[in-house]
Structures are given as C-alpha cells and as structure tokens.
Design a protein around this ligand. Structure first.
Ligand code: NAP
Ligand code: HSE
Length: 430
C-alpha cells in the first residue's frame, strides 16, 4: 500500500528553516514512522531563490511568491520561519483560511497576534503550533499545555533570552565589562547586530506573554508587562552580588496571586545555589512551580538551527497525529480567560541597593532608620570601600512591599550625605 503523504510548505529557509530540513533528512526514517506518513516538502518561499543555502534542496521548490505556498493544493502544513510580524501575519492568516495547519517559530507574531490567529484557526478547524517560539530546542509549550496540565501553576521563572544570559555569564565568571561581553556575543553569533530588543528585555517579554498565557490559562499582552532590561549593568554589582552569594540574571517572571497575574521581566539576583544560577551563557531555562508537581526546571539551548528545528519537527509530528485522528478544531488557547494584572508596587520583593555616600558618622544609622520608618527591614548592610571621604555602601533588604521600598529610596536620594544611588535590583530568595 502506498504510504500516506503530508505536504509541507516553508515560509523562509534561513537558520531555522535549514535546521528543520537537515533534521528531516538526517532522521527521515524515524520521522516517517512516527508521523505514519512521508513528510514531503512541496514549496519554499524565500526572498532570493538563487542564494546558496546551508541545505541541499531541489531548485524547483524555491519561489519568491508566497501564494505558491499558501494556495498550493497539496500543502497541508505551512511552516513559518521567516520572522517579522506584518507579512508573516498576513501569510499565516491566509494559510489558515486555506485550511492549512501552521507551525511557527515566531515569538513576536505569537505574542502580538496569537489570540487573533488562534481564533481564526478555530474558525477554520485548524491549529497553530509554536513550540519553537520560546526556548529554541527546549520543550516548554508542550509541557505547559499537556504534561503539567494537572497542576495549578503558581509561578514560572524563565531565563529565556540567550544574548543577555551570555553577557551576564561572561561578566560574572570572567569579570568582563558589559561592552566587551556584548561584542563577544555578537562575534559568536548569539547576539544580533542590533541587539536592542534583547538588551531592553523586549524579546524576553514577548516570550513571557506566550508562556504566561499557557501557564495561567490567560491572555497576557505585552502592554500588561513591567519590562526592564540589562543595558548599562555595572560589573561591580555582579561582583558584589557574587560575594554576597547571589547571581544576577535577566528573569521573566509570571505569577498568579489570588487569581490575578504579575508578569514582569527585569534583572534580579538569585541565590548562587538556585538551579537558575547555574544556567550559563546562551542556554535558557524555565523554572515552574505547580501545586502537584512541586518545582521542575526545563533547561537547554534557547536558539540555533538544529535545536530550534528539533522543536519544529516535533510540531510536525503533532500535526501528523492531529490529521490522523481528525481532531481538527481543538484549539486550547480559545479557552483562555482575561485576568487582572497586579501593579508592581503591590508586589513583595527583597532588594539589593548600592549607593555612594560621604564617609561620616551616622550614615548607616540614618539609612537603617529611614528604611525602618517605611517598614523595610534590612538583611545586610556593608561598606565596600572608602576613598577620598566617599564610601560605597551595599545593602540587601528582607522581602518588603515594593512601594515601601521605593518610598524609602526617594527619601534617601535627597539626603545631603548621599552622592548617588548607583543601582537597585530585586532579589528572588526562593
Ligand atoms: P533568518 O535566518 O533571517 O531566515 C529568514 C528566512 O526567511 C530567509 O530564508 C529569508 O529569505 C526568508 N524571508 C524573510 N522575509 C521574507 C519575505 N518577506 N519574503 C520571502 N522570504 C522572506 O531567520 P531565522 O533565524 O531562521 O529565524 C526565523 C524565525 O525563527 C524568526 O521568527 C525567529 O525569531 C525565530 N527563531 C529563531 C531562532 C534562531 O536560533 N535563529 C530561534 C528561535 C526562534 P532569504 O534567505 O532569501 O533572505
Ligand atoms: N535573540 C534571541 C535570544 C534568539 O538571544 O535568546 C532566540 O529567540
């Protein structure tokens, strides 16, 4: 009997697209067996059909006309690996309207237009798979959707941007300054030539929208997030944090508190013994707390051709299963609820603060009193160095309400003995 065939069309064949094709060639037999069908690539959209590619493909498959993929009668699945939002969205919509399944690696698209596209997928009884959009090769979407679905998840903490994790790892382990670490990340191809979305926390923010939506069964928009990146981080803070037993990371945090959500991206100190502190360089991780499973962490390569391709091939196998079982229309994301967002000043956190002050009697006492008056309890306070009558002071608070801490800092900033507040970081102690 002739083997069933699944027709696949690609939108894009760059780093990720080439990785997918390489895996389909490398693991052909296993993929065919698991899909119960031959996966056949039938058309590939690129900008330049004559460009040399990382994989060998029959030249007839290339096109620069998207409709040749989207209207192809023998394409069942469209793999969107072209990036960008506007054109990608237009093509994904047309693919769904033409009753094709969609697989995408595009976090910008899913974070900004996921709800609208999922609605369309439901309407046309198809589905969108997006395992590759967060965490590259690490399975994150599927575990949140399925493996952990028996839990109520109370918190997710992610290191989901490889560029910033590479920079912070280099600064921490090799005492490198920010600019040198960024230049090295760019040289090695981890950071893009314009890394502003990574450094400003936007890339992690888009990914958090996707993960928090699944973890908390809710629509989470980018505008709901508090986002702060790592631009201008000083290696002194990283070194002092290490001395105090902490490691600085850019964290994407989603938390559900009494039915409301607190999604945020910001640099934070974690205890150096915490599993997230050991996530180094370009690796990503997601640390999940569920009321049945307890705490689990997913770890691995957050980008790259083969790791990201691995997630897309897994999505292809899921589509093959869905086609075989004729389960069309089971779009879980259509059941997301809207939840209230908690403002940052209502959250509780411990803080690390570094400031420069005149080296004179009464400074520690004044700081302690000011924090005490705002109900902020200090965990440690130390003087790091004193030169030319100036002292550098580092302190860490216990967990406090953010607005109390901010009120105390506003007062301290105005004291005549304070030269400068250099840095403030949140501290995640558990
Ligand atoms: P890439 O290397 O820049 O490849 C993009 C591909 O899309 C190229 O083949 C390009 O054609 C084609 N393309 C782009 N715009 C097009 C247009 N308007 N018309 C026709 N073809 C177009 O990008 P990538 O790194 O593979 O990333 C693809 C997606 O995966 C992005 O959404 C990205 O965020 C996501 N992602 C990437 C990684 C990673 O490790 N790279 C990891 C996770 C997720 P030409 O080759 O002819 O220029
Ligand atoms: N710019 C992203 C990162 C690539 O640094 O993690 C993967 O989305």
């Amino acid at each position: 009997m002739e083997k069933r065939k699944i027709g696949v069309g690609f939108l894009g064949l760059g780093t990720v697209g080439s990785g997918v094709l390489e895996i389909l060639q490398m693991n052909r037999e296993q993929v065919t067996r698991r899909a119960g069908a031959e996966i056949e690539v039938r058309k590939i959209l690129v900008r330049d059909p004559h460009k040399k590619r990382a994989v060998n493909v029959n030249n007839d498959l290339y096109t620069s006309d998207a409709d040749e993929v989207l209207d192809h009668p023998e394409i069942d699945v469209v793999v969107e690996v072209m990036g960008g939002v506007d054109e990608a969205k237009k093509y994904v919509k047309k693919a769904l309207q033409n009753k094709k399944y969609v697989i995408t690696a595009n976090k910008d698209l899913m974070a900004t237009s996921g709800a609208e596209l999922m609605l369309l997928a439901g309407e046309y009884e198809r589905n969108i798979y997006y395992e590759a959009s967060v965490g590259g090769g690490i399975p994150l979407i599927r575990p949140l959707k399925h493996s952990l679905s028996g839990n109520r998840i109370s918190r997710i903490i992610g290191i989901i941007n490889g560029t910033t994790n590479y920079i912070l790892s280099k600064m921490s382990l090799e005492n490198m300054d920010f600019e040198t670490a960024l230049a090295e990340a760019q040289e090695k191809g981890f950071a893009e030539q314009d890394p502003s979305n990574d450094l400003e926390g936007k890339d992690a923010g888009y990914k958090l929208c996707i993960l928090a939506g699944l973890a908390f069964n809710s629509r989470v928009n980018y505008e709901d997030l508090y986002v702060d990146g790592i631009n201008g981080i000083d290696k002194r803070d990283i070194a002092y944090a290490r001395e105090l037993g902490f490691t600085l990371k850019l964290l994407a945090i989603g938390e559900e508190i009494d039915g409301a959500l607190a999604p945020r991206v910001h640099p934070a100190l974690v205890p150096s013994t915490h599993p997230l502190a050991g996530v180094l360089f370009e690796n990503n991780a997601l640390y999940v707390t569920g009321n049945a499973v307890g705490e689990v962490m997913f770890f691995g390569p957050g980008a790259g051709a083969l790791p990201t391709g691995s997630s897309i091939v897994a999505d292809l196998l899921d589509v093959a299963h869905e086609m075989r079982c004729q389960e069309e229309g089971s779009v879980m994301e259509l059941h997301f609820q809207d939840k209230t967002i908690i403002s940052m000043d209502k959250l509780h956190s411990a803080f690390f603060l570094r400031l420069q002050a005149k080296d004179q009697p009464g400074v520690f006492a004044s700081l302690a009193t000011t924090f005490g008056n705002e109900n902020v309890s200090l965990d440690m306070i130390i003087q790091k160095s004193s030169t030319e009558g100036q002292a550098e002071i580092v302190l860490v608070t216990h967990e406090v309400e953010e607005k109390n801490f901010n009120r105390a800092v506003d007062k301290i900033r105005d004291f005549s003995y304070v030269r400068r507040i250099n840095s403030i970081f949140r501290v995640i102690k558990t």
